[in-house]
Write a protein that binds this ligand. Structure first.
Ligand code: SF4
Length: 357
């Protein structure tokens, strides 16, 4: 990688404070099975499917797969929702994922277990300030990560996910375009280093991935010399630099199934372990350290907003329908353009390599 100093927006936003993790009452196996059975019945009665992200609770991922739904990264979630014949999509993830599903499927009802499940990247990139930032740099092509509001997407030229960011930015750089990137500065800096594109970065970060510590990872690697280190590019540079594989959630899961290593140190949200265990039950998975000096846990990498998705909140929304995603039609018409641009690009790239695969 070529060392370079990132150009980052000079008026940083106030830090985003993550909410406490929701505390769901423990369910004994009989009660959990009964709850899952009730949810199955509600899904069937409402012609609804579950679309769950890899960071959500394992029970939700299992239920999605058992009931004809889908578990995926945000790009595949968007694709699946658009292809599904169900009348209702129940998106288990965070709000921008529900919004993307609604933008692509305006005729479908889109529910989420809890509409308050947001994302520090989305929260840290308000549309008014972002619009002013774009207006100040009219010579740049605006590329936004999927972890943004519908209003921010509507102001962009391209939407990308972590699995398609590299080929899209390479494509833009090859056309001689300069990029304005938002909101994740760590992912933006990674893409900048990999592509050599001229990029101006918004000053945002994921509160989960930013906590991974390079010095503690270095110590852990020495204790596990046979382990491959898998890192999501929302992590800081000093963590990414130690990775054997840098990539989207899908790329990291693929690495666990395909690399010969017996152990993996994984620097992304702990929700991903459910799918990794399912696909590679004999591999040992070790959570990369988030703990700093004086911390009370070694690794606390779980998104508090993803944790708002639970069997209990899922049943509640299927009973009440009160957490429905709605997007104002004119906003939707603008936001769908850069999302479709990404999906069309991805469709044309099916045989090309994806981010750090
Ligand atoms: S893990 Fe980070 S990027 Fe993903 S939803 Fe949570 S805060 Fe946002």
């Amino acid at each position: 990688m070529t060392p370079m100093t990132p150009m980052i927006q000079t008026n940083p936003r106030p830090p985003i404070v993550a909410p406490p993790h929701p505390q769901w009452p423990d369910l004994d196996p009989t009660a959990k099975q009964a709850l899952k059975d009730r949810i199955r019945g509600l899904l069937k009665a409402q012609n609804a499917v579950l679309v769950a992200h890899y960071y959500t609770d394992g029970d939700l991922q299992e239920l999605a797969e058992e009931t004809g739904g889908h578990v995926a990264d945000s790009l595949e979630m968007a694709r699946f929702g658009a292809q599904s014949g169900a009348e209702t999509l129940v998106v288990c993830g965070v709000r921008f994922m529900g919004e993307t599903a609604k933008i692509l499927n305006p005729e479908k009802r889109v529910l989420m277990p809890d509409l308050a499940a947001t994302c520090s990247l989305d929260e840290g990139c308000p549309a008014d300030a972002f619009t002013a930032f774009c207006d100040a740099h009219p010579d740049r092509t605006v590329v936004v990560y999927a972890n943004t509001s519908a209003a921010v997407k509507a102001r962009s030229d391209w939407v990308v996910t972590s699995s398609i960011a590299l080929p899209i930015v390479r494509h833009l750089a090859a056309r001689g375009e300069k990029v304005l990137w938002a909101p994740d500065k760590h992912l933006g800096h990674y893409v900048e280093r990999q592509t050599g594109a001229d990029m101006l970065l918004w000053d945002g970060a994921c509160v989960v991935h930013e906590e991974f510590k390079g010095f503690a990872l270095d110590r852990l690697r020495r204790l596990h010399p046979d382990a491959a280190v898998l890192v999501h590019p929302e992590a800081p540079d000093e963590v990414v630099e130690q990775a054997d594989v840098v990539g989207s959630t899908t790329a990291l899961i693929k690495a666990v199934t395909e690399l010969p290593n017996p152990e993996f140190i994984v620097a992304t949200d702990a929700g991903i372990f459910w799918k990794m265990h399912q696909l590679a039950p004999h591999k040992r998975l070790i959570a990369a350290p988030t703990a700093g000096e004086g911390a009370t846990c070694e690794s606390c990498a779980h998104c508090p907003w993803m944790a708002m998705n639970a069997l209990q909140s899922l049943e509640r929304v299927l009973l009440t329908g009160d957490q429905e995603v709605c997007i104002e039609p004119t906003l939707r018409e603008r936001a769908v353009i850069p999302i479709r641009r990404m999906l069309d690009f991805a469709a044309a790239q099916v045989s090309a390599p994806r981010l750090a695969d």
